[in-house]
Design a protein around this ligand. Sequence first.
Ligand SMILES: [Zn+2]
Length: 278
Amino acid sequence: MSAVFAVDLGASFLRMGMVDDDERVTRHTRLPTPATPADCAKVIWAAWRAAGRPKLVAIAAAPLCDRTGRVLRWPNRPDYEGQPIVPGEWAGRAFLLDDGHAAALAAHRRSASADEITVSLQIGTGIGAGAVVGGQLLLGRSASAMAIGHLKVPSAAGLACSCGATGCLQAAASGRAFRRQLGEEHNPRFDIFAMPRAAAGPILDRAADAVAEALAVVVKLIDPHRLVIGGSLGLSPFFELCTARYVADIGEVVPVRHPAGPHAPLVGAARAAREVTT
Ligand SMILES: [Zn+2]
């Protein structure tokens, strides 16, 4: 089968690349997420043309979208809400799924047994997550299952979340949460690990506690065979902070870094697109 042109639309970065049958990513590009949905659709369209107009196209998107690629809800980028992110010329041909779900698919071993369960947590500007159960993505009634970022956890108590609630995991443990707590919302080069330890340390400690609390709930609830953490923060030294606090009971799974690294949503979106066309 031919390679898939895959797109990973996050709140901070737009990634694109070609994913081949062996799930290798080539022609990878990463740029800041365009200011407007129209610009975003234009950039995607231009990259697709430059790649030779591949037949298979797939989009892993952080926002909740309808089937046509129109953004229904995106608290981290409200300026995108109500607008399409898919180029008009792709109507009916682009396969679109949640980026957390895509990363879960990418983490699920292709040789997994039928009963194997994989859970994936992506920690970046926001938090995405997904689960593969019985070889299928767990979608839920509104295709938004595994919204772990909005689980209420003790260590996030009192912190305001972009969803309007307080106490969500994402309100303590995400790039947006770190920026807000450190007053760095408008610094394009923000890196919490470059901040003075006195300022960043307590915020990172609280965030890692929050992640460990959420993982404990998910593991008790689903009892997965595989638990992976990815995303820009999930792949950073923040991973070690979280796993140091997560105490697995005997026989329970321990988290590992996502095997597809930063390409996880691209790889998962491509796999999903192939599965619906075969
Ligand atoms: Zn929330």
